[in-house]
Ligand binder design. Sequence first.
Ligand code: AMP
Ligand code: GLY
Length: 424
Amino acid sequence: MNVLLIGSGGREHALAWKLAQSPKLGKLFAAPGNPGIAEHARLVDIDPADHRATVDFCLKNSVELVVIGPEAPLVDGLADNLRTMGFAVFGPNRIPAQLEGSKGFTKDLCARHRIPTARYARASDRLAAEAALEEFGLPVVIKADGLAAGKGVIIAQTADEAQMALSTMFDGGFGRAGSALVIEEFLTGEEASFFAITDGQTIVPFGSAQDHKRVGDGDTGPNTGGMGAYSPASILTPELERRALDEIVEPTVRALAKSGTPYSGVLYAGLMLTEDGPKLIEYNARFGDPECQVLMMRLESDILELMLATARGKLAEVPPPRFSAGAALTVVMAAKGYPDAPEKGGSIQGLEGAAASGAKLFHAGTALADGTIIANGGRVLAVTATGPNVAEAQRAAYRAVAAVDFPSGFYRRDIGWRETARAL
Ligand code: AMP
Ligand code: GLY
């Protein structure tokens, strides 16, 4: 079977690597892909924002399944148009993708179905936002409603900071995403990411992970797309995972099915593990990046079989995903200046040596120039290794990181610290 993979990041390299292991795979195409993905797929120069061109490509190349990696094409309705043309698609349609595309949509759905989440108010102008602020103590969380590349969340510690956050949002600091806001109660606890795949009816857990969103060691500095991750997150015990499934994910999937807009694909629940149990912080309508890299390293099942069954509404008919009992950990190597102004063009050497130990070096923002790999984005590589536990996976990943020669890059030195501290 021929497959088209949409996307160009570390997440998509991990998906391409795993798809390429499937005996069911015919040709794998990737649009636009990256030099790492090119080891497994033919890169094609179509713009996923051009739905007609994407459909035409699939028709001409006998593509049967389209796997959509990032959120933007999902929120933009690419899956809807492909499905209308008869293709199987891994990824939700435009309306169910609003779980990620609009924080207000998700909060309202949670309120209607009593799904545990932070208390909230929505506001679409300054006056309403100021009135809403009065209903919350400090710190208070102020979020742009729309997609903001993981950066549209401000945690205000003081009333002044809250006012400044409103100014940033309403003055267009997050573009159109910030023209409507969600203001919500600050939750305390440890965060964990929980994944499930669903065809709209059947829901199966797809593992857990913990991300490191801040740019600096010790979780300091500005938020990023994610500087590293590990899986599984042992803090999400089987009992808590059961609760997250029963109290959060399942009522969400049921509600969307009931309203005639079923969710199909992977649903990523960002959870806060509070004293009262798991609460939803946010949903994503796709795999996390770099969480996907650690999940794919642990997945023993055929990802193509699972994606196809999901896309065809037959998830109940295939064996549930199996993951290795061990751990995986990934360290993101970013270009200096990330997340504000990453330096482009820095050369990267030593990738083969670094991979010799069995680590996988997933490409995120790389390009090929005169036969050498260079940095071409903020997050550049996701250096990923496995081990019997998180501490061993961490050692293996950092050994591989040390073998990469990337003078204009940097990375966090403490990925996995919560888990290794727990294990002591
Ligand atoms: P989000 O983009 O919604 O995942 O938010 C980014 C980060 O902000 C989360 O990973 C949390 O660390 C933090 N955050 C978001 N909402 C809350 C909340 N209600 N209480 C505490 N922290 C939050
Ligand atoms: N690593 C966080 C995300 O993919 O949203």
